[in-house]
Design a protein around this ligand. Sequence first.
Ligand code: FMN
Length: 622
Amino acid sequence: MSAGPSPGDRVIESLRGAHRRTAEPILLATVSGIATTNPEMIEWFARETAVTIITSKSIQVRPNPGNREPVITEPEPGSFGNAVGLKNPGLAAALLELRELRRRLSARADPARSKPLLNISIAGRDPEEFSLLAGKLAPLADLLELNLSCPHAHGGYGSVIGCDRNLVERCTRAAVDAAGATPVFAKLTPNVAAPGELAAIARRAVEAGAAGIVAINTVGPDQYREPETGALILNNPAPPGSPDAASRSGLGGRSGRWIRERALACIREIRDGLGPEVPLIGMGGVELPEDARALRDAGADVVGVGSVLALVHQKEWPRLFRDLADGFRNEGSDPSRPLPAYYREEGNMRFQRRTVAARRELGGGLFELELEGTFAFEAGQSCFLWLPGVGEKPFSPALDEPATFLIRRRGLVTDALGRLERGDSLFIRGPYGSGEGVIDATMAAPADGAAPGSVALILVAGSGAALAPTLAKRLAARGVAVRVMIGLRDDTTAVPLEQAIRRHADLQVLRDQGVIGRVLRVAEDTYGGTGESASPAYPETRRTESLNTLWAIGPDPFMEGAMDLGIRLGLDRDRIWISLEEEMLCGTGLCGMCHRGGRLTCAHGTFVTMTAAGGAGKESCL
Ligand SMILES: Cc1cc2nc3c(=O)[nH]c(=O)nc-3n(C[C@H](O)[C@H](O)[C@H](O)COP(=O)(O)O)c2cc1C
């Protein structure tokens, strides 16, 4: 008696021929390296969107920190270049994360909804590495995707393999042999020289046992230059010893709008070359519902949704997926209809060149960097500072006028910023974030915030003070009395942003005096009336003031302590706010890094209530 179709067979059958089922919704996938780059973002998509396939970041045998930022740029609106450099935690860590993810996905599976398929992308440099990765990861995957196509990877990975029919065949065969019943898809590069070569490579992959094809990976690679100075933007150094280092530095692959036509042509070529039966996942520049439809008409059974995510706020991603699945812009197919309002039409990664007006050293590695001119932002928004040739990092701006940053030296970029002098220049982009975590005038305070005798308490540690002036200003503008308590590690560091904070709030400075986080103890004294009584600043208010909100800004352990304190002081979890400063590579939602519980801080802003933070811990990235 036959054992019936295996899960792998069922996957293939569910995809096969979908490009011909034109009356049905278009099947969608996330693409490797964009947004679903870690377990929590994968869960977010599984929970929130109508997606058929979720694709992981490409996993390599060994951990790879990727390139230093900037790694993503948007030279024209909707058109991107990237050199993320296959950042991933390596096979051993990925196995642990994916096992745990699988467990959680099954525990949470909603029987009323079909579960998305998990597509694990793997990147080896030879058949042996593909075999190892496939063998280990196949049991956790619904399908495996072989990255034979990254155009900016060094060391024998990516499109070096994908441009060579023989290597494609050998790597595919090795992965297929190791993957058992799990279907293997080969992801191909459009960057092949001869006409017809792409279809020939796709056929070789299928002959070697690939159950399906994925295309296209990014186009190029190319160099991207800041228009005013000509500085190379992407931080992708040429391979060591490279004879033509100048032309091989800063290379990154193109994605988004400017590769749409190329993607369509490639999908047509592959479909014509393979016939109608081989499952094909197509991607490249899909932005509007009609693009998704065109790619399906060209032969894609599943359509990948990648760079367009940078054009749409995360809160609208579920709607974007629904609209793309429909294949029609709004109702009907009239292309003259206006775009849905959720697309951003302007580019938002453009750098502005700025001149340093002053650098003030505060001690303890902290300094204030003042720029000429203004920079408008709200508390909770992030922006990036870039020094060409050094790197780029995200910051919470401190003052809008004059534009000022509070920075602690902690690595290459902050050290270099800390050496800038008056008249030097740097680049800035942003601000990023619009949502409930951006504290503007409307978000600033609960309705009873201005009640007599009630105060908003802002607790900050070290460089967290950056957010205090604007937050205090917003709260004060709503008529709320604001207290700021700053904790500083040592006795010598000058008080950051002191005047700006005092303009809107009462300020109390608390030095650790050997007790880490002493500011929290003193706050407890002041508002709880027990413990250490070392808060002479407000003895008269100790028992009469009540707290309406508590805001904590600083390292994670500090904010955890502050949240516990808020609860002990009797505050509701919705009135305790923390600011999450997560690793952020792009500011536009593509890297998927700056999330907590699947909520991207680049989209929603850094502030969350304790309820929203909900113990959703951060996991490492795939
Ligand atoms: C920031 C970024 C990171 C990417 N990382 C990977 C990756 O790790 N592996 C891979 O196979 N493709 C990677 N890609 C390529 C995408 O998966 C996709 O093939 C390409 O972007 C075309 O689709 P799009 O125009 O819709 O973005 C990456 C693309 C971008 C923009």
